[in-house]
Design a protein around this ligand. Structure first.
Ligand code: HEC
Ligand code: HEC
Ligand code: HEC
Length: 461
């Protein structure tokens, strides 16, 4: 009798602890999924692996480059078409080293040079989350890069020059806002992919971190305190609001930055945005500009224009656009931005005389906004302005750019050739920059190999 009771008690304890363990396991699994989902958002995987309106993570996003198209793969858990047949280790190698399942080099258009800083735990959480999204049984179309750019083996040259695999270590304690912001910016959000200039072999120039880079016609400004497009003049709240909503005091996020805000930053908790701000403020100062007061955009120049433009708008009939900036502005832009360019009384539309894109170190972003418009569907602050690429020719865009710049007191001159150059660059997708550059790197490498081979042959003779 006693023995039976003891036996029952033991069984009951086993059962209860088993249930508790299972429950704990379920809680663990749920927490890991939530963490994975968060990391995937912060790392902006969706921007590249999901076609707008398409199936989550099914790939097929086309990265257009002058040497052909690179298409992103399906990373859903489908065994045949996605990464369902991969092991977690293989997945880790892809993110940490940029090595594919069959040992092939992956193109650095996939930002593994940022993801290499993720810890094994973080990658495991991303893996768990990706295993939980619906499998999509469709392969992404194949990439069509031209010879020799389609030879992955040539990427070793690029890797040799530009890729440092991070140590395999747990992430150090992220116990200060700056440390958390840095990890978020460098390992996940890959801010440097766009904001750090490229070196000669088109890797990120580590010595000039966050000092401004060009991509697909756009210019991602220098973000150092006191840098050229100084965000130093913005308060922390204004900077946070720009990152979270895409609208700052005198700047809007357009082009690739609009996508970063829309798909990633606007979805992050406020604490993360504050950490990013803390990190941005901690970047080393621009030594040239250090100590100088932050530039305050001039607001002069508007006086008298409203009356003039009112008259111009009166004479504009919409059929044939004239070639001078004032006429084009009156006809196409003043309905929203106001006859004086100041955005109207309620400032729903940006004040162009103070806009960052107008006051930028170069006119690239102003030209690009005119060509492509502003499209951002972040929930807090959506924005839509149509682009005028089809309506205005290069001369007209140049005239309009110069006219607005002069109104805002910015001295610079853009000509039609410059507009044509940016227009051509914008035809290749901004995300494709890396691939083009890598292609060039690969080409250079090929030449080196050929020279080496011919030298060897000569020596043998
Ligand atoms: C800037 C665009 C971009 C972002 C962001 C991006 N990827 Fe990719 N990814 C690519 C491209 C392009 C490839 C194809 C590379 C190649 O063919 O060599 C790729 C390849 C991969 C592969 C290899 C798949 C295969 O079939 O070989 C995996 C796995 C992957 N990405 C996962 C991720 C995860 C997880 C994230 C977010 C943490 C992410 N990617 C973010 C562009 C991106
Ligand atoms: C895919 C490329 C890309 C990535 C990734 C990116 N940015 Fe940007 N960023 C840009 C471009 C391009 C602009 C200029 C946009 C414009 O003027 O409309 C910009 C503008 C900005 C500005 C406004 C600067 C000014 O002077 O007007 C800030 C601040 C900023 N980015 C911060 C960040 C941070 C922080 C990250 C990482 C979390 C990041 N960006 C990631 C491309 C990028
Ligand atoms: C239908 C209304 C509308 C028209 C017409 C329009 N815009 Fe815009 N514009 C917008 C909106 C909306 C934004 C983005 C606001 C935001 O991001 O919150 C914008 C943003 C801009 C910016 C970016 C400002 C910054 O802070 O960097 C520039 C530059 C600009 N517009 C110039 C023009 C020019 C030049 C024209 C005429 C060719 C024009 N716009 C016509 C609505 C318009």
């Amino acid at each position: 009798m006693n023995r039976r009771i003891r036996w029952l008690a033991a069984a009951a304890i086993l059962l209860v602890s088993g249930a508790l363990l299972a429950q704990e396991g379920a809680v663990d699994a749920a927490a890991r999924l939530a963490k994975g989902r968060y990391l995937v958002t912060a790392a902006d995987c969706v921007a590249c692996h999901t076609v707008p309106g398409g199936k989550l993570m099914a790939g097929g996003v086309r990265i257009t480059t002058p040497v052909g198209e690179l298409v992103t793969p399906n990373i859903t858990p489908d065994v045949e078409h996605g990464i369902g047949g991969w092991t977690e280790d293989e997945f880790y190698h892809a993110l940490h080293e940029g090595i594919g399942r069959h040992g092939e080099y992956l193109y650095p258009a996939f930002p593994f040079d940022a993801y290499t800083h993720l810890s094994r735990d973080e990658v495991a959480a991303i893996w768990a989350y990706l295993q939980s999204v619906p499998a999509v049984p469709v392969s992404a179309p194949p990439s069509s890069l031209r010879f020799p750019y389609n030879h992955r083996s040539l990427l070793w040259g690029w890797r040799l020059l530009n890729f440092r695999q991070a140590d395999e270590r747990p992430v150090p304690p992220l116990d200060t806002p700056v440390a958390r912001g840095q990890h978020l910016a460098e390992a996940l959000a890959h801010c440097g992919t766009c904001h750090t200039p490229r070196n000669a072999s088109m890797g990120m120039d580590a010595g000039r971190s966050m000092q401004g880079g060009s991509l697909g016609g756009w210019y991602a400004p220098d973000l150092r305190p006191g840098g050229e497009n100084s965000i130093a003049a913005w308060s922390d709240e204004e900077l946070a609001s720009y990152l979270k909503t895409g609208r700052g005091p005198h700047a809007v996020a357009a082009g690739p930055m609009a996508e970063v805000v829309e798909k990633s930053l606007s979805e992050l908790p406020t604490g993360d945005i504050d950490d990013l701000v803390a990190w941005l403020r901690s970047l080393p100062q621009d030594p040239v500009r250090a100590g100088q007061p932050a530039p305050v955009p001039a607001s002069s120049g508007a006086a008298g224009t409203a009356a003039l433009l009112g008259e111009l708008r009166h004479t504009y009939h919409g059929e044939q656009l004239p070639d001078d900036g004032a006429h084009i502005f009156a006809g196409l832009c003043s309905s929203c931005h106001g006859l004086d360019g100041r955005g109207g009384p309620d400032r729903v539309y940006p004040d162009l005389l103070q806009a960052a894109s107008v006051h930028g170190a170069q006119a690239d972003n102003l030209v690009m906004v005119i060509l492509q418009g502003v499209h951002r569907s972040a929930p807090a602050r959506p924005a839509d302005m149509a682009g005028y690429a089809n309506q205005l020719d290069d001369d007209q865009v140049a005239a309009l750019t110069n006219w607005i710049s002069a109104r805002a007191g910015v001295t610079r001159h853009v000509d039609a050739a410059e507009v044509a150059r940016l227009r051509a660059q914008s035809a290749t997708s901004s995300r494709g920059l890396r691939a083009i550059l890598i292609g060039v790197g690969a080409g250079v490498l090929l030449v080196l190999v050929l020279i080496l081979l011919s030298l060897r042959r000569r020596r043998r003779r």
